[in-house]
Design a protein around this ligand. Structure first.
Ligand SMILES: O=C([O-])C(=O)C[C@H](O)[C@@H](O)C(=O)[O-]
Length: 305
């Protein structure tokens, strides 16, 4: 951990957050050299923290050995210039193991993913998160998504119990429920927008005081992603509307063609802009050639910004 808790809270609470895809070679193995170049390129843009092996980074498809390499490489390349956050989760025991690996590699925090597969009662989810928080000294951001959605009183319980719980990342886009969490738990936590294609929710997020989000499209159109974020924060509704109409709405339409495209299209986009990271791993699939051509046309539009 390079940064103080306060510095991590400041970094993740204001500014654009980036979630790099994970590079695989032609055999589907983690490609360290390519990943190093990607991270260097990432931090040459205006971002405030780097979340590695996240959803966009295919955490769900990585072995713990690959994960160790990814976090080690990220901490080396970023070299204290920005906080590095890495994912953890799946079960209490694997969650603790990932958290330990992240801590040993020098990460500044973990993004705690929902449990694997099973339905989850609220008190069980609180216990899942509590045990993983208690097992690590680094910062924890809970990812409220999938089968692991915490309600406002559960978030409050966790925040009261776990001093290292610093943030909540929304992955559902239920603004009513998120607003209740924000109003109930208040400044005790930092709130991050993180539904797939976060920008499409960004205006709603800002309206309830969620001032930052994770941008997956940053992986292939970083200038546009940064412009969108800055104009949003300045309250420049015209530019936000224009980029939403020109890029995000058609992108979301393309994304909705197949489950998992929120990640697959990002890898396809990276290849189109000359920064390939290999293919996604099963159960995800890559977009078709026709879909890649549609994406290429959208990327041309994005370059205007
Ligand atoms: O864990 C992750 O990779 C995400 O948060 C998902 C993306 O960054 C999501 O916010 C998006 O697709 O813009």
């Amino acid at each position: 951990m390079t940064f103080s808790r306060e510095a991590v809270i400041n970094a993740i609470g204001d500014g654009l957050l980036s979630f790099p895809i994970t590079d695989f070679d032609s055999q589907g193995r983690f490609d360290e050299a390519s990943y190093r170049k990607r991270l260097e390129w990432f931090i040459s843009h205006e971002i405030s923290a780097v979340f590695v092996a996240g959803g966009t980074g295919e955490f769900f498809s990585l072995s713990i050995d690959e994960y160790r390499d990814i976090v080690r490489v990220a901490v080396e390349v970023i070299d204290g210039r920005l906080p590095v956050i890495a994912s953890a989760g799946l079960s209490v025991e694997t969650g603790k193991a990932f958290a330990k690996a992240a801590e040993e590699a020098g990460a500044d925090g973990i993004l705690l993913m929902p449990p694997y597969l099973t339905e989850c009662p609220q008190d069980g989810l609180v216990e899942y998160a509590r045990q993983i928080c208690d097992a690590t000294a680094i910062n924890v951001i809970y990812y409220n998504r999938g089968n692991g959605i915490l309600n406002a009183s559960s978030v409050q319980q966790l925040a009261d119990h776990c001093p290292n719980l610093v943030g909540l990342k929304d992955g559902k886009g239920d603004i009513q429920a998120l607003n209740k969490i924000v109003k109930t738990v208040g400044d005790r936590l930092v709130y991050i927008g993180g539904v797939p294609t976060a920008e499409i929710f960004a205006e709603a997020y800002v309206s309830i005081g969620v001032n930052t989000y994770s941008s997956a499209v940053f992986n292939f159109v970083p200038e546009m992603a940064v412009t969108f974020y800055k104009e949003l924060r300045k309250g420049n509704k015209d530019v936000v509307k224009q980029i939403t109409n020109d890029f995000f709405i058609p992108f979301v339409d393309l994304r909705d063609r197949k489950a998992g495209y929120a990640v697959s299209l990002i890898k396809a986009g990276a290849a189109i802009v000359g920064r390939p990271a290999g293919n996604v791993r099963a159960p995800l699939v890559m977009p078709t050639n026709e879909e890649c051509l549609l994406l290429e046309a959208l990327i041309k539009v994005a370059k205007k910004y």
